[in-house]
Structures are given as C-alpha cells and as structure tokens.
Design a protein around this ligand. Structure first.
Ligand SMILES: NC(=O)c1ccc[n+]([C@@H]2O[C@H](COP(=O)([O-])OP(=O)(O)OC[C@H]3O[C@@H](n4cnc5c(N)ncnc54)[C@H](OP(=O)(O)O)[C@@H]3O)[C@@H](O)[C@H]2O)c1
Length: 245
C-alpha cells in the first residue's frame, strides 16, 4: 500500500520543505493552505518530485468546518494516513498588556484549535495505517516552537499555543503509542522562512535554522519504528544561548 500523508501549511516555508521530501519518498499527499493559486503550483511541483498522488485543499484553518473537510477528503482519496504533519501556524508578536483579544483568538484558532480538530478527525485513519503495518506504526509531527518551551517576552499568545501543542502531543503519546500511533512536537528557534521576516533586520536570515534541517528531522522521525516514541525535540539556533528564539 502507498504511504499517504496530510501536510498543513504546505505552500511555503517548513511545510513546503516537508511536503517536498515526502513527495521524493513517493508518498501520496494531501496538501493544504489558504492560497489556492499557490497550492495549484505546489501540486505540480510535488508531482514532479515524485509524489504518488496529490490532493489539494485550499481552506482557512480558522474556519471550524475545515478540519473535517480536510480529513474527509484525504480519506476519500487515500483511505488511511501514515503521517500527519500539523505544520500550519501564525505568529503574533506584542506584549501581554497590549494583546488585542481578536488577535489572541485567531492565534489560538489556527495554532491550537485547528490542530486538535484535525488530529481528532485523522486518528481513525492513523490507527488504520498503524494496524496495517504495526512495525512502522503511524506518525504525527507537530510544529511547535522554542517559545512554547522557554517563554520569550513579546510572544505570549504564540508561545502559549505552542506550549499547549506540546502538551497535546505528549498526551497523544500517552494514549495512543501502545497501539502504534505516536507524535513528536518539534520546537525550533527562528527558522529562515517568511514567518521570521519581521525580525530579519536584527537576526540575519543566514544565522537562522534552515528549513532543510527540520526536513531531515521529520524524515528521520518517519523512519523510526513504532517501538520508539520521541515526544519533543528542541532545536536551538547556534549562538542564541540555548533558551532564546
Ligand atoms: N519560522 C520560524 O521561525 C518558526 C520557528 C518555530 C516554529 N515555527 C512554526 O513552524 C510552522 C511553519 O512555519 P513557517 O515559518 O514555515 O511559516 P510560513 O512560512 O509563514 O508558512 C505558513 C504556512 O501556513 C499556511 N497558513 C497560515 N495561516 C493559515 C490559515 N489560517 N489556514 C490555513 N493555512 C494557513 C500558509 O499558507 P497560506 O498563507 O496560503 O494560508 C503557509 O503555507 C508554524 O507552525 C510556525 O509557528 C516557525
């Protein structure tokens, strides 16, 4: 059976890097983001890179209907799910004292509520993939952030959602890993993508963590047997002093 994966936020940055590697490994892919035109171009790119098939869903993860539609579409196309990459996220900067409630709610909706709902909808498909291949199991990778592990001034809303994502992943491991479905939260410092553009005047892009390093880790995680669980990985930017983004 062909392996299949669902990648959120696959149109740019880390998600595009991961989706490209999975295509090169021959996965059948569901890829999602909001920008339909860009996703169409990405689908062609992923097919050329070797994806067995590509299913595109252009949707806003802040819309409560998106997670069911996304996973339902994946099930209709591919039946089971060997890997779920919960990558899409939004950044929100600003001190707690001045944090607008609407921005907080939007950050929680995209970074936490949507991943929980996608995970809930996808669990039956992940369990089915694990049952079909118990030695490999099925994997979830969630993109958290180092700010979810070590608090950073000015990133309260973002860091809170990323800390919650780590807790979600660890609980999933406690509940599901005995049956072959396990999850890892990757918690990096600044990665060189569009998202970190706001701080590139102070932290040069060439000193940030490259997308390729995250991709290598995801590739390795997907090759681990179902007997090993790696709940959380903190990736520190060289020179940042271990606890800073
Ligand atoms: N870059 C960093 O420094 C860094 C560090 C630590 C952790 N992370 C985490 O890593 C993940 C990926 O980050 P990145 O740097 O690759 O981000 P990015 O370059 O900004 O890409 C974000 C991706 O998510 C999609 N997306 C954003 N909002 C969405 C929404 N409401 N609904 C559906 N899709 C949405 C975007 O596509 P559309 O705009 O077309 O929707 C895009 O594909 C995020 O969870 C981020 O928090 C990033």
């Amino acid at each position: 059976m062909t392996d299949s994966a669902l990648v959120t936020g696959a149109s740019r940055g880390i998600g595009l890097g991961i989706a490209t590697r999975l295509a090169q490994l021959g996965y059948a892919l569901t890829v999602t983001a909001r920008d339909a035109n860009r996703l169409g171009e990405i689908a062609g790119h992923l097919r050329r890179e070797g994806a067995a098939d590509v299913h595109v869903v252009a949707a806003d993860l802040a819309d409560p209907a998106t997670p069911e539609a996304l996973v339902g579409g994946h099930e209709a196309e591919f039946g089971t799910m060997r890997a779920l990459i919960l990558n899409a996220g939004v950044g929100t900067a600003g001190p707690i004292a001045e944090l607008p409630a609407r921005r907080f709610d939007k950050t929680v909706a995209v970074n936490l509520t949507a991943p929980v709902a996608v995970l809930q909808a996808a669990l039956p498909l992940l369990r089915a993939a694990a049952a079909a291949d118990p030695a490999r199991g099925a994997k979830i990778v969630a993109l958290s952030s180092i700010t979810g592990v070590y608090a950073e001034a000015g990133l309260a809303a973002y860091g809170a959602t990323k800390a919650a994502l780590i807790s979600l992943v660890e609980t999933l491991d406690a509940e599901e890993s005995g049956n072959g479905v396990s999850a890892t939260a990757i918690a990096p410092g600044h990665v060189d993508t569009d998202m970190s553009g706001w701080i590139k005047d102070r932290i040069p892009a060439e000193t940030m963590i490259p997308v390729d390093d995250i991709v290598e880790i995801v590739d390795t995680l997907l090759r681990l047997s179902s007997r090993t669980v790696l709940p959380k990985l903190v990736l520190t930017r060289a020179g940042a002093g271990l606890y800073g983004a």
